[in-house]
Design a protein around this ligand. Structure first.
Ligand code: BLA
Length: 526
């Protein structure tokens, strides 16, 4: 077992999490040959569930565990291309097995989930718990109600809020979050629904290292992952290696796959006792996960898992739709601002006034900035959160000496211009549009704060997440957050393509204004 002190994090991305040779103990995993359906591998806990020594079952036909009719039914299923569509089967362990048992156990009902891996048929058996049938409403009614609510969401943020609320409602987890990935694979908690007594994780950021590349791959390939008891003892497969190729069985698509010790420790340090993750996929990219935490062990049966998986797929489509809507609304808002400006230019004789007369929020919202400076020759006007006029002037002198481009964009100014460290809290990111005409120069500079400031404004994360004794360990969200802070030091949120487009459009509008203005000046002079 790996411990934090001895772990070399740089190797994490190479950890073969898909071939642990181990499963979680809440079900039995067996591999079968085809077409004979002989047992090739079986998990050690078959002893616990059925009272049968695993070695006794190796090489035996599946029929020694269930009725011949059931085996026939399974053989029919195997004719289909996509086993997942026809899973699960209900399997009753019948008297045929009794000759193999050491301690007779009453027969039990299991859900059998089938898929193929490494040339073998993998069968996972999860016991059907009596309490499941007592569920007040059947799963699909709960799902239907949840989807109806989610569909009503009018904006992107409403959608996220409703998604966590409904997921928590149908599953009963203590905490449900939407964790969204950035382009660099770091992430932020963008929505949360939780039991009232828990502290919030909303707006907390984590570095990309908290989810390794193989883990991303598996989250992308499988819509759902359940760890019903984080503190479980892993169970061995007997034999560990697939005899067909003498390598550990690929468990990428096995529900029971044992989790990486890294992640186990992470969840333990967070105080989490059960976890479920549902992938959110946007245009073939892992956009985020619905991350569900419980502070007691919690099992979710296969039917409900399928319902949650469907919820994730539905939410993924809605996210894509709402995101496109949001961009449309944003573009429309940009157009209205440009129109206002054009009209103002037609009436004014000054160049700065029309822009200043825009409402301050409009000018800042145009590119989602916190501050802006307008510079006409050497005259500087400031709006919102900005460096001082002298600092802005010095920045422009540096920029103009360096390059005379119509546009300049960066989300980490101090890397290029070290003096920017002094004002990184308000201006780690800058977006500049410049017009230079007949010896006159005209610039708009938008400023964005260091990312970390945004988190502080949203609520101090140091206050938000506290841990008992092991708050010092690297594998905990607070330590992760510290790491993320170091990574994003003096960096703003990246400027998005639509925002850069909006700034460019603004430059075109200004250009027209400048030309009109100089035309008027020429006419007056004549
Ligand atoms: C997996 N880490 C994950 C997963 C999530 C996170 C969502 C996928 C979980 C799953 O498969 O069910 C991270 N979960 C978070 C974060 C929050 C959350 C950030 O709820 C915030 C609230 N993790 C580390 C380090 C390593 C690491 C240092 O912090 C590597 C050394 C690894 N994370 C790691 C691995 C997995 C993982 C290996 C895959 C676990 C597995 O499927 O076996």
């Amino acid at each position: 077992f790996l411990v934090a002190e001895t772990m070399d994090f740089s190797n994490c991305d190479r950890e073969p999490i898909h071939t642990p040779g181990l499963i979680q103990p809440h079900g039995i995993l067996l591999t079968l040959s085809e077409p004979k359906l002989e047992i090739i591998q079986i998990s050690e806990n078959v002893r616990h569930f059925l009272g049968i020594a695993p070695e006794k079952l190796l090489g035996k036909p599946l029929a020694c565990l269930c009725s011949k009719t059931k085996v026939k039914e399974i053989c029919q299923y195997l004719q289909q291309d996509n086993l997942e569509v026809f899973s699960p089967l209900k399997v009753r362990i019948c008297s045929a097995a009794s000759s193999l048992t050491q301690h007779k156990k009453p027969s039990q009902n299991f859900t059998a989930i089938l898929h193929r891996s490494d040339g073998l048929l993998v069968m996972e058996l999860e016991p059907i718990q009596a309490s499941n049938s007592k569920q007040f409403l059947p799963c699909h009614y709960l799902l239907k109600a949840a989807i109806a609510k989610i569909r009503q969401a009018a904006t992107f943020n409403d959608l996220l809020a409703e998604l966590v609320k409904q997921t928590r409602k149908i599953t009963g987890f203590d905490r449900v979050m939407v964790y969204q990935f950035a382009d660099d694979n770091s992430g932020v908690v963008v929505a949360e629904d939780k039991a009232a007594h828990l502290e919030t994780y909303l707006n907390l950021h984590y570095p990309s290292t908290d989810i390794t590349l193989p883990a991303y791959k598996l989250l992308y390939e499988n819509w759902l992952r359940l760890i019903p008891d984080v503190n479980y003892q892993p169970v061995r497969l007997i034999p560990t290696d697939n005899p067909l190729n003498d390598t550990p069985l690929d468990l990428s698509h096995a529900h029971l796959r044992s989790m990486s010790p890294c992640h186990q420790e992470y969840l333990q340090n967070m105080g989490v006792a059960a976890s479920m993750s549902i992938s959110l996929i946007n245009e073939k990219r892992l956009w985020g996960v619905i991350s569900c935490h419980h502070y007691q062990p919690k099992y979710i049966d296969y039917e409900m898992r399928k319902a949650c998986e469907f919820l994730g797929q539905f939410a993924s489509l809605e996210l894509v739709y709402q995101q496109a809507q949001e961009i449309n609304r944003y573009r429309l808002q940009g157009k209205l601002i440009q129109e206002k400006l054009r009209q103002a230019f037609a009436q004014e004789i000054s160049l700065i006034e029309p822009v200043l007369r825009l409402q301050q929020v409009e000018l800042l919202n145009l590119v989602h900035a916190q501050g802006a400076a307008l510079i006409l020759d050497h005259e500087v006007s400031l709006l919102g959160e900005t460096p001082s006029a002298e600092q802005v002037q010095a920045l422009m002198n540096w920029l103009l000496a360096k390059e005379r481009q119509p546009m300049f964009v960066t989300d980490s100014l101090s890397l290029l211009y070290p003096q920017a460290q002094e004002f990184k809290t308000v201006a780690s990111g800058v977006l500049v549009i410049s017009i230079m005409l007949r010896q006159k120069s005209y610039h708009i500079v938008w400023f964005r704060p260091e990312q970390i400031q945004i988190v502080h404004w949203a609520g101090d994360p140091h206050q938000a997440v506290s841990f008992s004794d092991d708050g010092e360990m690297r594998l905990s969200p607070r330590k992760s957050f510290e790491l993320w802070k170091q990574i994003v030091e003096a960096t703003s949120l990246p400027w998005q393509t639509v925002e850069i487009e909006a700034a460019w459009e603004m430059r075109n509008t200004l250009m027209l204004g400048v030309l009109e203005f100089s035309q008027q000046a020429l006419e007056q002079a004549a």
